[in-house]
Design a protein around this ligand. Structure first.
Ligand code: ADP
Ligand code: MG
Length: 259
């Protein structure tokens, strides 16, 4: 069974891209066949997996506007078993171009439905807003992973995000669920990180991953080498954490198969 997971939070800088890259890579490391789709015009997931975003001619933009064949939009990454549908700055104009398109919320879904059976996981990195690109990602996905940065304003904006997910479930994609919340950039040296985790656990009635991603400088360095963390520094705390997260994601799916 293939699973499509969107990584979303309309806040910027919370660890969406880092999670999309490294969760994808750690799933591929476990011999899962993975496709990572970059829905953010910044293209950091694309370059972070070793694909040159400025050279890529067949991106998610061409894909949803029907200007390229689906097969042309799938690029190999630095890892075996991991492919990428890239994005770059061109995607920032997509929202305007899609005005008046029929079924514009389902453009991505209609493409992914054709290839989902080729993969175990399709991971979608969302842009930092609740725009049409994010809606396309959520309309195509089975579930959403929400990264939450361990900082003072962690809960801010979360209810709006949950409301959006509920609306999309109601109107566009009845099977959509919140796969889980993952804490990122946890700093064991501060009380604040711990307080944030406890506070969110108390206030949020959602699945929260046991894995907590630590603040780890190797995670911030890896993208500039075009590598996921498990290639850049396989023994780092960041690599270990994303491996655990990948295991949890796989476990959850196995559990669901028994239902
Ligand atoms: P988003 O996609 O939500 O905007 P990013 O994944 O791009 O967030 O992360 C924002 C910044 O924080 C990036 O510079 C990234 O390298 C850094 N970062 C993310 N997660 C960690 C972490 N666990 N430890 C250290 N730096 C991190
Ligand atoms: Mg990002």
């Amino acid at each position: 069974m293939s699973r499509i997971i969107a990584v979303a939070n309309q806040k910027g800088g919370v660890g969406k891209t880092t999670t999309a890259i490294n969760l994808s890579a750690c799933l591929a490391e476990k011999n899962k066949k993975v496709l990572t789709l970059d829905m953010d015009p910044q293209g950091n997931t694309t370059s972070g997996l070793g694909v040159d975003k400025n050279q890529a001619e067949n991106t998610v933009y061409e894909l949803i506007l029907d200007e390229s064949e689906l097969s042309e939009c799938i690029y190999p990454s630095v890892m075996e078993d991991l492919s990428v549908i890239p994005s770059n700055i061109n995607l920032s104009g997509a929202e305007i171009e899609l005005i008046g398109f029929e079924n514009k919320e389902y453009l991505l879904k209609s493409k992914l439905d054709m290839i989902r059976s080729d993969y175990d996981y399709i991971i979608i990195d969302c842009p930092p807003s609740l725009n049409l690109l994010t809606i396309n990602a959520m309309a195509a996905a089975d579930s959403v992973i929400v990264p939450i940065q361990c900082e003072y304003y962690a809960l801010e904006g979360l209810s709006q995000l949950i409301h959006t997910i509920d609306l999309i479930k109601e109107r566009l994609n009845p099977k959509l669920e919140i796969e889980g919340v993952v804490f990122t950039m946890y700093d064991a040296r501060t009380n604040l990180s711990l307080q944030v985790v406890e506070n969110v656990k108390e206030n949020l009635d959602k699945n929260i991953y046991k894995t907590i991603i630590p603040r780890n400088v190797r995670l911030a360095e890896a993208p500039s080498y075009g590598m996921p963390i498990n290639m850049y520094d396989s023994r780092s705390a960041g690599a270990e954490a994303y491996r655990y997260l990948a295991e949890e994601v796989i476990e959850k799916e196995d559990e669901n198969e028994w239902l």
